[in-house]
Ligand binder design. Structure first.
Ligand SMILES: C[S@@+](CC[C@H](N)C(=O)[O-])C[C@H]1O[C@@H](n2cnc3c(N)ncnc32)[C@H](O)[C@@H]1O
Length: 225
């Protein structure tokens, strides 16, 4: 397990709401399951747990102390299938705020993985840098929409917006990705990854968009070709 990089302060529930545009009180009732991929200590999850007695699940690729009450899983998506095995079609909400999609070398596979965790009326909201995913022919959003509709049976939406860096307060071009509904495909995770590769292409890392102060964690731009 990787040691923890020097990242700025962890975001709270209010900042999560700002970035995702979710009303957490509205979309989570008592007893519902919220999986936060890249939860860190689980500040936002814990705030919601105290308000509503939800089932908070926090996933991290790095070893750290996670707040009490949170079901903590240490797994790097998409390679580690333990979260998929335990929570396939089991989440009422999945969030990923500058977590696995931002840091993974193949963000498409993370999107597929997170989409597989959703229950029927659930949604996944992912926040990453705008430049994270591109395709050689620049039509990545259309390709992803078509892939999710035809293969996964789910809708995927993209919204570009500018927010501020929580660290330096400078403007930061951001991408919000929203996936809705549960996956209708009977294919297993690996076969879905293979379908993704056929439809969208191979992921290739091109340039570093961000790195943690100690340079142990990088967000790479990925091109699909
Ligand atoms: C910059 S922190 C973001 C923490 C929190 N979401 C926030 O907004 O304050 C990145 C988090 O993503 C996790 N992460 C990075 N790559 C991941 C991966 N491939 N799978 C699962 N978690 C990952 C890290 O372990 C860390 O908890």
């Amino acid at each position: 397990m990787k040691t923890f990089p020097t990242w700025p302060n962890e975001r709270d529930l209010a900042r999560y709401a700002e970035l995702t545009q979710l009303d957490f009180d509205d979309c989570l009732a008592k007893g519902t399951t919220w999986i936060d991929v890249g939860c860190r200590t689980g500040k936002a999850l814990s705030q919601m747990f105290k308000k509503k007695k939800i089932v908070p699940v926090g996933v991290n690729a790095h070893q750290m102390k996670v707040r009490s009450g949170i079901h903590s899983v240490f797994a790097a998506l998409p390679e580690d299938s333990s979260v998929y095995q335990q929570y396939q079609r089991g989440a009422d909400l999945v969030t990923d705020i500058y977590g696995a999609v931002a840091y993974a070398d193949n963000p498409l596979n993370v999107l597929i993985y997170e989409a597989c965790l959703l229950k029927g009326k659930a949604q996944a909201v992912i926040i990453t840098l705008e430049e994270k995913i591109i395709s050689i022919d620049q039509e990545i959003f259309q390709q992803l929409k078509s892939f999710f509709k035809t293969v996964m049976g789910q809708s995927i939406k993209f919204k570009k917006f500018t927010t501020y860096s929580d660290n330096t307060k400078s403007p930061i071009k951001t991408l919000r990705i929203t996936i809705q509904g549960s996956c209708h495909s009977n294919l297993n995770l690996q076969d879905l990854f293979n379908e993704g590769k056929k439809h969208i292409g191979m992921a290739r890392k091109t340039k570093v968009l961000y790195q943690s102060r100690d340079a142990t964690a990088q967000i790479w731009q990925v091109v699909y070709e």
